[in-house]
Design a binder for this molecule. Structure first.
Ligand SMILES: [Zn+2]
Length: 91
């Protein structure tokens, strides 16, 4: 099992099964932690549906590689990136 000091920086939940360098237990926590930093990002629920049209937008805007379109984690990362990108653009 992982060391007890590994926990989510947002909700202090366990990071069992996450990458060794993971800081958050979920995209929800990552986004909400970031939201605290910038203050303007709307929360994104971890189970938000990113459908085909949305994936196409992510690919078109170069946030997502076409070959990663069906990798849920990468799609969600790309979605997070796009949100941050928009946030910076219109801040
Ligand atoms: Zn968490």
């Amino acid at each position: 099992m992982s060391a007890p000091d590994r926990m989510c920086q947002h909700c202090s939940g366990g990071l069992d099964g996450k990458r060794a360098d993971a800081k958050f237990c979920s995209a929800y926590c990552r986004v909400n932690s970031h939201r605290k930093d910038v203050g303007r990002v709307e929360p994104i629920r971890a189970d938000v549906v990113i459908d085909k049209p949305m994936r196409d937008v992510l690919v078109e805007d170069n946030h997502l590689n076409p070959q990663d379109e069906h990798d849920a984690a990468k799609v969600r990362e790309a979605f997070d990136r796009m949100c941050r990108h928009l946030c910076e653009k219109y801040a």
